[in-house]
Design a protein around this ligand. Structure first.
Ligand SMILES: *[C@@H]1O[C@H](CO)[C@@H](O)[C@H](O)[C@H]1NC(C)=O
Ligand SMILES: *[C@@H]1O[C@H](CO)[C@@H](O)[C@H](O)[C@H]1NC(C)=O
Ligand SMILES: *[C@@H]1O[C@H](CO)[C@@H](O)[C@H](O)[C@H]1NC(C)=O
Ligand SMILES: *[C@@H]1O[C@H](CO)[C@@H](O)[C@H](O)[C@H]1NC(C)=O
Length: 368
């Protein structure tokens, strides 16, 4: 693999993906899945935040979801949390914690299938998007703590431990901290900020481990400087819709810091297993070679307002692209269902280690 050039590596990815479109049916009972993170994984959490400013529970969002329902997902259909869950044999992502809370008497029945805590706009840092009202990662972990307590109350500590050590914990977070870093024009140098992000990640992973989590599927950040909102920003600055490179460089450094950090912490937490998805590389390869992945447009949003369809959100009055399967981006920030599905298949099957390391998400589930 190391000796292949980039195009043949991509071709090989493509063939592997094409051959892996059927999920692993040998895995009889789906694993229990807990999902934490931001809008890439939010399946309706923010609908339940009364003061929340970041919502997607209106059309054209959800246009390709069953019954064209706008569920709160920032997508035309399923998002990466759903696509991953499907590969593990679930129908879609588990329900949002804030939704389950409202079920009251049925709360317990659902808990054991897993829970999604992800909230659009959330960051590793509590300060990230605080004024837009989101559920930051620290609060998502508090919510998991209460789920852990509910498990313990119902089935006892021994059985809880047994279930949690086999459960999968997917975490997809970091992009919003990077957006905030640039928006706030902070004086903190990038390396210092990355150190703060990693020590926060460390604290959260340690807490989850102490509560019984063992298998972590971690997703790093894509080249956020290439999303339509940032391209529009560049276009307005200097006439060309190029990616905003400083933000991409930050995302790259974030990935390598995360790689180093996970390697280190997994040697300190003896039973921890992890798989790290290189979302930067996956997305960048698609942007560089769209045709290879059957995309035709990787810089504009499919749904939105104005130039690059990135000047306004995807809402009822937004313009829609003619073919949603040809676009990498659904709205000014988020991938289409097709892009999310491609990412999920790559996380699940590899190839490893170029896109997911040290093992794939599928190996994470089956390894004991
Ligand atoms: C939130 O804070 C950011 C940065 O201080 C600011 O740019 C933005 O306008 C604020 N948004 C709201 C809704 O208050
Ligand atoms: C779940 O646990 C939390 C925290 O211990 C508790 O407040 C809540 O009442 C429990 N919910 C149910 C339905 O048991
Ligand atoms: C235009 O944007 C590119 C990419 O960020 C940057 O390298 C270049 O310096 C910019 N040019 C001007 C005139 O601002
Ligand atoms: C949709 O977004 C546009 C652009 O921000 C805004 O002008 C319009 O009022 C919004 N429409 C609805 C129905 O929310």
């Amino acid at each position: 693999m190391a000796m292949m050039n980039i195009p043949s590596m991509l071709l090989c990815v493509f063939i592997i993906l094409a051959n892996n479109f059927i999920p692993n049916l040998a895995q009889k009972t789906p694993p229990v899945v807990f999902i934490l993170g931001d809008s890439t994984a939010d399946v309706g959490t923010n609908n339940h935040l009364a003061q929340g400013k970041l919502k997607a529970n209106f059309p054209h969002n959800g246009i390709d979801f069953p019954h064209s329902r706008a569920t709160g997902r920032f997508s035309n259909g399923f998002n990466s949390a759903d696509c991953l869950a499907k590969l593990f044999g679930l129908k879609r992502s588990p329900q949002p914690f804030l939704f389950l809370l409202r079920l009251k008497s049925h709360f317990h029945k659902h808990l054991f299938k897993g829970v999604n805590f992800a909230s659009a706009g959330a960051g590793l840092l509590d300060e990230t998007n605080k004024n837009l009202t989101v559920v930051p990662l620290s609060e998502q972990i508090n919510q998991f703590t209460s789920v852990h307590d509910n498990f313990t109350a119902i089935i006892g500590p021994g059985k809880t431990k047994e279930i949690l050590c086999k459960s999968l914990f997917f975490i997809s977070i970091g992009s919003n901290d990077i957006f905030d870093y640039f928006q706030s024009k902070t004086e903190i140098p990038i390396d210092k900020f990355i150190t703060i992000l990693m020590s926060t990640y460390s604290k959260h992973i340690t807490t989850l481990y102490e509560l019984g989590a063992r298998k972590f599927g971690i997703i790093s950040v894509p080249p956020v400087g290439c999303c339509p909102s940032q391209r529009l920003f560049q276009k307005q600055l200097n006439g060309s819709n190029v990616c905003f490179d400083p933000m991409n460089e930050f995302a790259l450094v974030f990935h390598s810091a995360l790689d180093t950090f996970l390697h280190k912490i997994s040697s300190q937490l003896p039973e921890m297993k992890y798989s790290l998805g290189n979302m930067y590389r996956m997305t960048n390869d698609v942007i560089k070679n769209p045709k290879l992945f059957e995309f035709e447009n990787v810089d504009e949003a499919c749904c939105g307002h104005g130039d690059l369809s990135a000047a306004g959100p995807c809402n009822r009055t937004a313009k829609l692209c003619p073919d949603r399967t040809k676009y990498l981006f659904w709205d000014l920030f988020h991938p289409t269902q097709k892009a999310a599905d491609l990412a999920a298949h790559t996380l699940y099957s590899g190839p490893s280690p170029i896109y997911v390391s040290p093992i794939t998400f599928s190996q994470l589930a089956t390894d004991d």
